[in-house]
Design a protein around this ligand. Sequence first.
Ligand SMILES: Nc1ncnc2c1ncn2[C@@H]1O[C@H](COP(=O)(O)OP(=O)(O)OP(=O)(O)O)[C@@H](O)[C@H]1O
Length: 290
Amino acid sequence: MLELIDISKVYRGGKRSLDGVTMHVRAGLLGLLGPNGAGKSSLMRIAATVTRPSSGRVMFEGSDAVARPEPLRAALGYLPQDFGVYPRLTAREFLSYLAAAKGIRARDARVRIDELLHLVNLTEVAGRALGGYSGGMLRRVGIAQSLLTDPRVLIVDEPTAGLDPEERVRFRNLLNELAADRAVLLSTHIVSDVESVASDIAVLAGGRLVARGLPEDLLRTVAGRVWEVTVPAEHAASLQAGHLVSRTTRTRDGLRLRLLASGPPVPDAEAVRPGLEDAYLAIVNQVAAC
Ligand SMILES: Nc1ncnc2c1ncn2[C@@H]1O[C@H](COP(=O)(O)OP(=O)(O)OP(=O)(O)O)[C@@H](O)[C@H]1O
């Protein structure tokens, strides 16, 4: 549906944020994972036709979306990372204003806005000024605005930033539902945001696409290399220094470390089933070590 081909981006001043990224976006939920500064927002802005790539092509349904962005724009919903609202407007007023700006007729807009307020569970507070909304509620307004035109491609940039765990789960489920009949590209640096919902995961690090596949493909990269050990707190530092540690838990018997190693890091280490967090850590750090 949407193809990003060999995309590079160099900002004025010489900062290179993307380096030859090729990524095809199909129907369903594609989770774009990467640490801060990996280039996720740069790629999302290019996919959303907000910024042009320095080189490379963006193709939408076979036609060049850099030269002619209108067809993609007409099919696109976008929630930018720095989504802002007018605090004095109510949710309904704000959405009506945006609908008018998108050229939606007033009567159609009213019906659509009612549907969307219901979808994002804001109907009851739709008459309240946005200045009084929580971070999670504002994110839901952001999703509602991105869906005004019922887009076939939905791009959401770090939508769970600043949300509490409960809101995060609700948001994840909503995006999962939306991905049933459209392409959703979701960026995040939090593995659990995509772990349970994305069937397709891309990992960006240092401006390059370093992994892409099903969660099980990514898990395979650390098969047999994830261990858990419990050590006295004073012994933990040397293990932490020599290995990638994906989790540290304090227990009655000392520190429980979950770490990556090609063989048992200590004789009584317990081999455990890899999780996506382990795979992500390994993939991103392999790149950093190169
Ligand atoms: N307009 C800009 N001008 C110059 N450099 C920029 C600009 N936008 C981003 N960068 C730089 O490009 C790199 C990638 O930034 P980008 O925001 O795309 O990454 P990200 O993965 O979305 O990270 P974050 O989650 O922290 O936003 C960073 O080093 C950033 O400082």
